[in-house]
Design a protein around this ligand. Structure first.
Ligand SMILES: [Zn+2]
Length: 476
């Protein structure tokens, strides 16, 4: 994520202790072993957002089929989830904010359900065995919610000509039932039906477009697993530019209403192949088959997000070419740091934002806008008594996930590591980190261990100083 303004607001979803499931154990003794089935947990176990995600299963694939009518703001959806149980389950939760659930089926049989806040509890007709693969199909409808979250206004934007879905950490549950945490990435098919005058863009590659009865259905497929918050959707009037370069398929979507801003955005997005090649030189091969960017004319949107293979950008970033190019670098760096390597818990957000910001510094250096050392020194000139230095970026708290210090001190941490271990070890750490962990959830502890292994140095003190000491580090 990159923010043009960052406003601290109350975090939705922090309802500690609410809706703990205490249902009775269900037992069955069919042909197989006896099951002692319990409800899955209502949260996946992230202390920052206790009700985000759920326990007891992993989703492997989502097939979302959504229709959206801008005239009424209403979305009608069918979500088919391919799931694997990780315990004997008598019931399980999905995350869903608002929207009316119309039917739920598990393995083709009708299931019952209850709602409690953002939790949808599904009780299948018969318990599910640990390790069993099963499908869940949910039909639903309603007007999706726009959120106030750590980014500011986010979630489901009802725009002048359509819709834009973008947010972090909470957004997916505003428009489909989901195990809403990066600990459970999955593949996605997103099939969007909208009035035929409009374009509909999501992640991955466009596999089909069909029209009937004044509506067009566009089907997008993402074969590489993706955290739920990275699933984006844009419906509206767009100039769509599709092209291939370097083995990557690009779809760029620019709102024609943007005028001069759109021209700057178009030029910055045209540099994506160059940016990806630049980043590949340091981070290893680009991890996905597709790329591209979406710029929609939405006044309330004040950030850019690294939606997998297709970041979504607020138009305000494209006030000038330098700002535009740099935000594209930032969001493309996240395709490695945050997307290919999703966080195991939100506390470690610096692993995303510190590296994406460091990529900006490296890019700026290449463009002749000051060396990385000079960019480091500019932040280092912030006085020691400034509040900037008091945030423990290794544990910033749920409402300061996107504090400027997470980005800037995060990038300084990366540079402090480079200074300590030298360029050879540093760049080997980066490619080992992205190579070994592609498609896996990561933690700060895992990064520190790898950095120590590659460098042969004890880095405990360095990371303690930079990540968890709430004061300005001593600088040479
Ligand atoms: Zn970011």
């Amino acid at each position: 994520m990159a923010g043009t303004r960052r406003v601290g607001v109350a975090v939705l979803g922090l309802v500690l202790g609410a809706s703990l499931l205490t249902g009775c154990a269900a037992t069955t003794s069919g042909a197989g072993r006896a099951l002692t089935a319990m409800p899955g947990a209502p949260g996946i176990g992230d202390p920052y957002f206790p009700l985000d995600g759920n326990g007891g299963y992993d989703v492997t694939d989502y097939a979302l089929d959504v229709a959206y009518l801008p005239a009424t703001d209403e979305l009608t959806g069918t979500a088919e989830l391919a799931v694997r149980a990780t315990q004997d389950l008598s019931a399980f939760n999905l995350d869903l904010v608002g929207l009316e659930v119309r039917s739920v089926a598990v393995d083709g049989a009708p299931a019952t359900w209850t709602r409690d806040g953002g939790e949808l509890t599904v009780t299948p007709a018969a318990p599910l065995a640990d390790a069993a693969a099963f499908t869940t199909v949910i039909t639903y409808a309603g007007v999706p919610a726009t959120l106030d979250d750590p980014l500011g206004v986010a979630g489901f934007f009802h725009t002048d000509d359509g819709a834009l879905v973008v947010g972090q950490p909470d957004v997916a549950a505003t428009w489909f039932p989901v195990n809403d945490h990066p600990l459970d990435p999955a593949t996605y098919t997103v099939r969007i039906t909208a009035p035929e005058a409009l374009e509909a863009i999501s992640n991955g590659v466009l596999t089909s477009t069909t029209s009937a009865g004044g509506m067009t259905t566009s089907t997008w497929r993402a074969d590489e697993p993706m955290a739920p918050y990275l699933v984006g959707m844009a419906i509206g009037e767009f100039d769509v530019r599709a092209y291939g370069q370097g083995g990557i398929r690009y779809w760029d979507a620019l709102d024609p209403a943007l005028g001069e801003t759109g021209a700057v955005a178009s030029a910055s997005l045209a540099r994506q192949p160059e940016v990806i090649a630049f980043l590949e030189g340091m981070f290893g091969p680009y991890p996905f088959a597709a790329a591209g960017g979406i710029v929609d004319d939405v006044g309330e949107l004040a950030f850019a997000l690294e939606n997998q293979t297709r970041p979504i950008y607020a138009p305000s970033f494209f006030s000038d070419a330098v700002s535009g190019d740099v935000v594209v670098v930032h969001e493309l760096a996240h395709q490695w740091f945050g997307n290919s390597l999703p966080l195991a818990r939100w506390r470690d957000i610096w692993l995303n934002e510190g590296f994406a910001t460091y990529a900006e510094w490296l890019w700026n250096e290449g463009e002749g806008r000051g060396s990385v050392d000079e960019q480091f020194d500019r932040i280092a000139s912030i006085p020691a008594d400034a509040a900037f230095w008091t945030l423990r970026i290794g544990d910033p708290g749920p409402d300061r996930l996107f504090d400027p210090a997470v980005y800037l001190r995060g990038a300084m941490t990366v540079h402090a590591l480079r200074t300590a271990v030298g360029d050879d070890a540093f760049f080997r750490i980066l490619t080992e980190w992205t190579g070994r962990n592609a498609g896996r959830n990561v933690t700060t502890g895992g990064f520190v261990a790898l950095a120590e292994e590659v460098s042969g140095q004890d880095l405990t003190e360095l990371f303690d100083t930079w990540l968890t000491t709430p004061q300005k580090p001593d600088l040479p």
